[in-house]
Design a protein around this ligand. Structure first.
Ligand code: AVI
Length: 331
């Protein structure tokens, strides 16, 4: 089996269109989609964010997986293959793969990510690191990727019938509630009775702790956010000057979410060559770049039950900061 497949769409055209749409808005309504935070520079800045002491979600989720890995797999009474959505460098997944390899003779792992560079490296590293593991990277967005993963398992008779889909890192929190439900419904459509979903999500807590996580002292989150402007410069010939903007992340208590923005420090116009036009910014005008929702267990239960899943068990850390939920497909 080829260890890699790419179903990448032409990102640059989507990027150009979204930048025109988002930055043409007026009255403090400008936006850039959070998916564009993850080019090569952004992805490596995100890895640095995960190492910062203020960013509790990464280490808390890792702790939960280390503590409960065996308990999670005890729910599975047959061999499973592992499909991961937004796998990145698969750092946390190694915990689960090692644990699964103690129970199964062979494991098939299908990581799905939009970043082809990271996937190529991870696929290569994992196939060398673990014997009895077959990693097959799929460079695609989530919906295309999950369809491809199903095709691959249908064609490969050695693969177990059952699968566990991993959606970790609280990425579900970057969707609006309605998008989260839509996403889970389409995921459910590609899963069968007996399959599992392991979902990691961040819980509501003390506001200061959450705000600090998105305003780390060394400024990696700020650099991650501002990199969006440099990406426009690199890929679309933009003339943004990073120091004319600042990072702003705060907790919106009404909506239970962190809102991340770029604020223009001055009134100015910025020309973008490949788009052949400029965009106007007034002093203190914001570009909204990300929401990161924080959930209660009840809210998440409503979302997943409305999408055709049932929670088998919630795994939490001692401080109740974060939850990894094991779900089964409702038949
Ligand atoms: C990937 N995602 C779940 C992160 C989050 O916490 O919402 C992205 C992030 N943005 C700023 N810091 C981390």
């Amino acid at each position: 089996m080829q260890p890699f497949v790419s179903r990448e769409i032409s990102l640059i055209e989507h990027f150009a269109r979204d930048i025109v749409d988002g930055l043409s808005e007026e009255n403090n309504k400008k936006w850039i989609k959070p998916r564009y935070l993850y080019d090569e520079v952004g992805s490596s800045l995100f890895e640095r964010i995960c190492e910062q002491p203020e960013y509790y979600p990464f280490r808390t989720e890792t702790g939960i997986l280390k503590r409960y890995d065996q308990k999670i797999f005890k729910f599975m009474d047959a061999d499973v293959s592992v499909v991961e959505l937004g796998s990145g460098n698969s750092a946390k997944t190694r915990i689960l793969l090692s644990s699964l390899l103690e129970r199964q003779k062979h494991v098939f792992y299908l990581p799905i990510d939009v970043s082809q560079e990271i996937l190529l490296k991870t696929t290569h590293d994992l196939n060398r690191e673990f014997t009895r593991l077959d990693t097959f990277g799929i460079a695609a967005d989530y919906s295309e990727g999950i369809r491809e993963a199903c095709n691959i398992s249908a064609k490969n008779r050695a693969m177990p019938e059952r699968k566990v889909v991993l959606f970790l890192g609280s990425t579900i929190g970057n969707f609006e509630y309605s998008e989260a439900i839509e996403f889970l419904i389409s995921l459910r459509a590609n899963m069968q009775a007996g399959d599992f979903l392991l979902l990691g999500f961040d819980l509501q807590k003390d506001v200061k702790l959450v705000e600090d996580a998105y305003n780390d002292r060394l400024g990696f989150t700020s650099a991650f956010n501002l990199n969006l402007l440099s990406r426009i410069n690199r890929e679309l010939g933009g003339e943004f000057i990073q120091t004319n903007f600042r990072h702003l992340a705060f907790y919106n208590t009404d909506h239970h979410r962190i809102e991340m923005n770029l604020i223009s420090k001055i009134t100015h116009d910025v020309y973008v060559n490949r788009l052949g036009r400029s965009f106007s910014f007034s002093e203190n005008e914001r570009i909204h770049t990300e929401n990161s929702y924080k959930f209660t267990l009840e809210k998440m239960k409503d979302i997943v039950e409305g999408s055709g899943f049932r929670i088998a068990e919630n795994f939490l850390d001692h401080g109740n900061l974060y939850c990894v939920s094991l779900m089964v497909v409702n038949s």
